[in-house]
Write a protein that binds this ligand. Sequence first.
Ligand code: PMP
Length: 352
Amino acid sequence: MSRFLKNTYAKLEAYTPGEQPKDGEYIKLNTNESPFPPAPEVTEVLEKEDIERLRLYCDPTSAELKGKLAELYGVSSENVFLSNGSDDILNFSMMAWSGKGAVFPDITYGFYPVFAELHGVEYEEIPLKEDFTVDASDYIARDKLIFIANPNAPTGIEMPLSEIERIVASNSDTVVVIDEAYVDFGGTSALPLIEKYENLLVVRTFSKSRCLAGGRLGYAFGCKALIEDLEKIKYSTNPYNINSLTAKLGCATVDADSYYTDRCKEIIKNREYTAKALETLGFTVLKSKSNFIFAKSDKISGEDLYLKLKKRKILVRHFSKERIRDFNRITIGTKAEMDALLENTEEILKEI
Ligand code: PMP
């Protein structure tokens, strides 16, 4: 760190992304990516791309992609915002609507407190209940910007839509951001509520269910005025936030929607299979509606299992936070990857 860095940033504890090993020989179950490639139509777009055109700026409005998403989800283009990964939208939301402070659960996506610190926002982290669910009554009439990941991460647990609506309805003077990064794996979206509530933003990503984490594409739905707020911030930071290649890949992805729906079904099947098999091995597995499961064993600590699996070239995600350090978050991969995880876990348990 240089001595020139502003005080606010000097004290900032930055977000730590999951490991991205360079040697590629791991079974990677640590960052909730899809184990499947993008649809063949998406690969085709890249193969046909006229690289010469990269000398031109991209369309800052990403109108084509917005139109396609609007059509797929039955909203108008003016209700759609696009960004370089959904992290950008969460960041912009913190910038835009945190005037009265922010609240979110203590166990949730680790970027929320980082964005709050980054922008000097006062925030409160509300403990999850004993069973790791979010208690909706903690968020009623808070009159602050609220972030709820639904399904939550890293627990994978979903909050019923009726509870989400209760929270949104009771905070009519502040914005409620519902982060639906994992909703496509069996969750229920709050999207239909955007017509009814002008204070609701629903945030999504192409990184998980749409097999495009490296393309960096996030999107959000909200009323026209909320989208205008986000556009104002985008045009004040980086108007060309969606590069032209990613915009084209995004369009092809939306066109190939049924390919992704089928891949999600496969992930859900593999999730239920893995959860059951881990339970047979004595693990406690939280009920997940995501492309990952959160599991702990009373025979081995979370960190020990993480390290032993890593030695065997299987990467899962371990968090050292007190309340969850017995657990590991395991991304759901292919059936073969899950079988490798299960076999190695069984062997590790036998060894101790
Ligand atoms: N929200 C949640 C809950 C996440 O787990 C992630 C992925 N780390 C994101 C948002 C951000 O995903 P991306 O920026 O790749 O869209």
